[in-house]
Design a protein around this ligand. Structure first.
Ligand SMILES: [Zn+2]
Length: 92
């Protein structure tokens, strides 16, 4: 027999990770979503390279728990780049 049903899930609006439990979703957010720049985690830090190394050595283990890192630095935005690049002679 087949029964069709609809299930409510809850998700983080930053990373889209979803849960059946609303409490677990709240935990995810309270603990600090690693994709949220507010969390200051490696995933959003410019020191984190594509080989999964921290360029400033703030993170030296494989554990994914680093949050609110003192060395965390955001990626420059396009506006930042245009504002600081004085040698930009590219034709528009
Ligand atoms: Zn999230």
């Amino acid at each position: 027999m087949i029964e069709e049903f609809v299930q409510t899930r809850y998700r983080c609006t930053v990373c889209s990770k979803s849960y059946v439990s609303k409490a677990r979703t709240e935990d995810h957010i309270e603990k600090g979503c690693v994709r949220d720049p507010e969390t200051r985690a490696c995933k959003t830090c410019r020191h984190w390279d594509r080989w999964s190394h921290c360029a400033v050595g703030a993170k030296d283990s494989d554990e994914w728990a680093i949050r609110h890192c003192d060395e965390w630095t955001p990626y420059p935005t396009l506006e930042d780049r245009n504002g600081t690049d004085e040698n930009n002679n590219d034709p528009v």
